[in-house]
Write a protein that binds this ligand. Structure first.
Ligand SMILES: [Ca+2]
Ligand SMILES: [Ca+2]
Length: 198
């Protein structure tokens, strides 16, 4: 059934098998939105522009989804709106499927880290995984009885590295890649997130 859900939706919602969803305490810090503004609002207008969000690729990935007044920027209220939306879904963890290619070919055996944006606090756990021969990976945070495979809703940075360390910094130490893990994320509902490394 889990497999079927993945097929149908591209994104697996915990609880889609009909079992009651459980809310896991991987919740963002209460002051997360204010911290984000504090960290990234370089011009001090109280809003985060696309340019300012270059330093927070996870949040930037959620710009379109969170920008309810459509001014091209995120306010603290808009970020709080997304955090509330994550909580309202009562989804504990969701699956992220990545397809990674380099020079157009599947990138096998690459280590992938999915790191929560630091302003979210310490409750969210980072995910990890390694690509298979097809360049596919479904990273997961550490699992336990009440924490199934996958990632809690949130804003995450994506870091990709290989054993010989030859992947450009824009894909790892200075990553420009991010994702908003949310059931209504327009990135995730489109299917696997495809990443091409030059
Ligand atoms: Ca600003
Ligand atoms: Ca806005």
């Amino acid at each position: 059934m889990r497999f079927l859900c993945t097929l149908c939706l591209g994104v697996l919602f915990v609880g889609c098998s009909g079992a009651p969803s459980r809310v896991i305490p991987e919740a963002p810090a209460r002051n997360a939105a204010a911290t984000a503004i504090e960290q990234f609002d370089a011009d001090k207008d109280g809003l985060l522009s696309e340019q300012e969000l270059a330093k927070a690729p996870g949040l930037k990935a959620g710009l379109k989804q969170g920008d309810t007044d459509q001014d091209g920027k995120l306010s603290a209220a808009e970020i709080n709106g997304r955090i509330a939306a994550w909580a309202n879904t009562k989804v504990a963890r969701m699956q992220l499927v990545l397809m990674i290619t380099r020079h157009g070919q599947p990138l096998a055996s690459a280590d992938v880290k999915i790191v929560p944006e630091s302003f979210l606090g310490t409750a969210l756990q980072a995910g990890a995984g390694q690509t298979n021969a097809q360049g596919r990976v479904m990273p997961s945070a550490p699992e336990s009885d009440d924490k199934p495979h996958g990632l809690a809703p949130g804003y995450y940075r994506i870091e990709i590295q290989t054993a010989n360390g030859d992947i450009p910094a824009a894909f790892n130490t200075a990553t420009t890649l991010g994702v908003e893990m949310a059931p209504d994320s327009n990135i995730l509902t489109a299917g696997p997130l495809r990443i091409e490394i030059p």
